[in-house]
Design a protein around this ligand. Structure first.
Ligand code: 5GP
Ligand code: ZN
Length: 115
């Protein structure tokens, strides 16, 4: 655990969040600044800075995370209507929290390409 990492602190429950789904290895909670009716962040409980680093270090954990994405989509009722998964990675993608998180966005039509 990294005490200066916001999302590690959410995992520790030192910072409050609206948790929507949890397993032994993965936590899902609502984004504080939602960009769509469904905007959930799905994170591994273990600290990894980005998706590729996580997948290289622990492919099973990457699979766990994607399985939770499916559960979140079902729970929010967007599994049939559709949703978008985003892993912002690095400066050009505006990653601001360096604990890997998958944005699950849905509940409205999402334009493509993104800006
Ligand atoms: P990034 O830009 O790194 O892909 O996304 C970070 C996301 O974390 C942003 O969408 C931002 O709104 C969200 N966020 C930042 N601080 C908090 C917080 O304290 N709680 C929650 N639930 N989300 C946060
Ligand atoms: Zn962290």
């Amino acid at each position: 655990m990294s005490t200066d990492c916001l999302f590690c602190r959410i995992v520790e429950r030192a910072v409050p969040a609206t948790v929507v789904y949890e397993t032994d290895t993965v936590l899902a909670f609502r984004d504080i600044d939602p960009q769509a009716p469904t905007h959930v962040l799905v994170i591994p409980k273990e600290h990894h800075p980005d998706a590729a680093t996580m997948a290289a270090a622990d492919p099973g954990l990457a699979g766990d995370l994607l399985a939770v994405v499916g559960e979140v989509a079902k729970a929010d009722g967007v599994d049939d209507s559709g949703y978008r998964l985003v892993f912002n990675t690095g400066a050009d993608a505006n990653q601001t929290v360096f604990h890997v998180h998958c944005h699950v966005l849905g509940g409205r039509h999402l334009s493509w390409p993104p800006g």
